[in-house]
Design a protein around this ligand. Structure first.
Ligand code: NAD
Length: 269
């Protein structure tokens, strides 16, 4: 949580699912929501990281966290993970569909079908499955907030050469979020999508560079630094502040919004 934001308890009695909670943006959002009173279900592929976070949060507030080892692109495991969350905490109020990978980066003709399908399946199908299995439980509550992590790539920035699978999924998430916002408005379920620029996380570990990528790069020179406001990448906690705002009733009239959080990075590209 940003030190300059007063401690609030906006999520007392609420339950949140956070995908990709083991690292980076998801981890920061889980910590912030738990500090503000939420029960948090920590969904991630890498169970060691979420187990450690589970222990840390349960020390902060007894039984507020539950780590679930799940691949968001696996329909059977996702359905089970959402069911376990609701059984454990007794309901669902907030969904942060955030898990994602950079995936294969390279010239289109050099990418294999499985490269393409892997990125689509984690970033786009994973988002679909997260919403699909959560929505019935939010409807049961008669209210809810969903936040999806997209990116400036594929939306306002197209100069990341070789990142066509990633950028395509990030554009798809924005369309999906807006469709969902309209479909779910009458159920008082809000859906918003955030588009971060560079944030210091472990995301680079999920990048698979094709050696031919250099052949398609058009050199671009940034005037001074790529993120003018921060003079460098943002922090996961900066994004967590935005996620918590969108998850809370402070944003009660905001749905279908696409919010850029990039320290002006995309204004340069
Ligand atoms: P990160 O790698 O630090 O965290 C992502 C987490 O998602 C990891 O713990 C990983 O294990 C998990 N994950 C990956 N695939 C999964 C799957 N199939 N099922 C369950 N969990 C899975 O990266 P991050 O930067 O925190 O990424 C979070 C989101 O932010 C991603 O959707 C990413 O595309 C987006 N994003 C990141 C940046 C950035 O610069 N870091 C910029 C724009 C958008």
């Amino acid at each position: 949580m940003s030190p300059n934001i007063a401690k609030k308890q906006r999520f007392l009695g609420k339950t949140a699912i956070i995908t990709g909670a083991g690292s980076g943006i998801g981890r920061a959002a889980a910590i912030q929501m738990a500090r503000e009173g939420a029960n948090v279900a920590l969904f991630d592929l890498v169970n060691e990281r979420t187990s450690i976070l589970e222990q840390k949060l349960n020390k902060l507030r007894k039984d507020c966290a539950l780590a679930i080892d799940v691949d968001t692109s696996d329909a059977v495991r996702m359905e089970e993970a959402v069911r376990r969350t609701v059984e454990h905490f007794g309901g669902l109020d907030i969904v942060f569909a955030n898990a994602g990978i950079n995936g294969a980066v390279g010239p289109i003709e050099e990418l294999s079908l499985s490269d393409w399908e892997k990125t689509i399946s984690v970033n786009l199908t994973g988002t679909f499955l997260t919403l699909k299995y959560s929505i019935p439980h939010l409807k049961e509550k008669g209210k809810g907030s969903i936040i999806i992590t997209s990116s400036i790539n594929g939306n306002s920035r197209f100069a990341s050469f070789g990142w066509s699978p990633y950028s395509t999924t990030k554009a798809g998430q924005v369309a999906f979020a807006k469709m969902a916002a309209l479909e779910l408005a009458k159920f008082k379920i809000r859906v918003n999508v955030i588009c971060p620029g560079a944030i210091s996380t472990n995301i680079d570990e999920s990048t698979e560079f094709n050696e031919d990528v250099e052949s398609i790069v058009i050199p671009i020179e940034f005037p001074e630094g790529a993120q003018p406001l921060a003079d460098g990448p943002g922090k996961p906690e900066n994004v967590a502040d935005l996620v918590a705002f969108l998850a809370s009733d402070e944003s009660i009239h905001i749905t279908g919004a696409q919010i850029v959080i990039d320290g002006a990075e995309s204004l340069l590209s």
